[in-house]
Design a binder for this molecule. Structure first.
Ligand SMILES: [Zn+2]
Length: 213
């Protein structure tokens, strides 16, 4: 086959390419100096007979439980991903490989404690978490307060910083057929090193305040 010859570009064409590149560079909006960062996490686990159903660190009486390498706590895993995402520190798989026997059967609250340390090291404070759990049965309402307390304790935040909602799957899809449990979480964090955060106690620290200004 005959090799296609590369077209020779003239000076005018080169100038136009340079102008296009320059316009593209100019159109990139510089990052707005803000102290807030948002993160999104979701997780799904298959449900099977003979397994424990753990959500938000609470064991929920159920015929079926979640299949997973750890305790299969989809809610805790979604929160981990939301917080790690907000921090720009990857995802839960990067920090806790499901190939490592170290994490087999462990409580996912341990992952949350680790994530809190990651945030501390990055100078990030948690503002709030909003979560939704998709589960066909049982109803989660009686366990919500306990889940909220367990999660808050592992993350060393107040209970009112975590909102948990429950949704059934309306008999549609894997959740609706009772084959899976799903969790979604959104996290808002505050960069304490970048600016003064009025919602966090560290803002009272004069060293934080002066460096932020
Ligand atoms: Zn998971």
């Amino acid at each position: 086959m005959k090799a296609r010859r590369k077209p020779i570009r003239g000076a005018g064409q080169r100038r136009r390419s340079a102008q296009t590149r320059s316009r593209e560079t100019q159109s990139i909006t510089p990052p707005i100096p803000t102290s807030f960062r948002v993160g999104l996490g979701n997780d799904i686990h298959r449900l099977a007979y003979g397994r424990r159903l753990v959500l938000g660190g609470v064991t929920i009486p159920s015929k079926k439980g979640s299949v997973g390498h750890s305790d299969g706590d989809a809610l805790a895993h979604a929160i981990c991903d939301a917080l790690l995402g907000a921090a720009g520190k990857g995802d839960i798989g990067r920090h806790f490989s499901d190939r490592s026997s170290k994490w087999q059967g462990v409580s996912s609250l341990l992952f949350l404690r680790h994530v809190r340390t990651v945030l501390d090291n990055a100078g990030l404070a948690i503002i709030n978490l909003d979560c939704t759990v998709g589960l066909e049965r049982p109803r989660l309402t009686p366990y919500m307060t306990r889940m909220q307390k367990r999660l808050a304790s592992a993350l060393r935040i107040r209970g009112d910083q975590i909102s948990i909602k429950a949704k059934s799957g309306e008999e549609i899809g894997a959740v609706g057929r009772g084959e899976a449990v799903r969790a979604d979480a959104v996290a808002l964090v505050c960069d304490l090193r970048r600016t003064l955060c009025p919602h966090h106690s560290r803002s009272a620290d004069p060293s934080v305040a002066s460096s932020a200004r």
